[in-house]
Write a protein that binds this ligand. Sequence first.
Ligand SMILES: NC(=O)CCC(=O)C(=O)O
Length: 265
Amino acid sequence: MRASLIQLAVSDAEPAAERRARAAALVRAQDGADLVVLPELWPVGGFAYDAWSDGAEPLDGPTAETMSAAARAVGCWLHAGSIVERDPDGPIYNTSLLFAPDGELVRTYRKIHRFGFDTGEAVVMGAGQEIVTADAGFATLGLATCYDLRFPELFRALLDADAELLVIPAAWPARRAEHWNLLSRARAVEEQAYVLACNTAGTHGGVEQAGRSLVVDPWGRVLAEAGPDEQVLTVEFDPAEVAKCRAEFPVHRDRLLGIPAPVQR
Ligand SMILES: NC(=O)CCC(=O)C(=O)O
């Protein structure tokens, strides 16, 4: 299968509508791709907190509309990254959108672990409560977003829900680029799954983004890695490698589902 990760540059200077049009053109250029992925909160900027309220949109808002049409035009699965979702009955959420090749919005994933400690997402956004997977035909996709990468228990839950391709849009800063690379590889090895980790480039909200999107195979090998700037990372791989890896090195069989209590000394 072929996947394209669109590592979009996100700056405060570019209006959301222009970036949306640019992102749609990039998606539409991915002819022949089975899966296209965009980064986290690219319409507004993952660190541009001041823009979130005005940039919030419903699940049938301008980003969903544009991306549905782009998925349909290419005939691919499109993980359109995430938007600031305006829920009329609740807080705002950091919500990922997954479109099927006919343009239908088939899954949404509200980010479970909110980044920022006492600021940003952690303060103003609601936390997702649901593990989300989708059978895309070529593989089962497991959805997670950026800071979620630091929480292995979420990925274990995705494994238990049969995920084979872990799709992770992000707005990950340059100053922690090594964590991004290491954790993406760790999650691939740990779950014996492909990791498709799509970051933003550029600088917004005063935070320089790392770029360095990557695709890792179930053995932990980096199949492709982007540089720091806007780039489309295209990679071909065989999803059947997940089952092969799990059969050849059946480490999950040795999981202790009830971890013994610590010994009191
Ligand atoms: N947008 C994010 O979730 C940023 C996460 C991050 O910077 C980190 O985990 O480090």
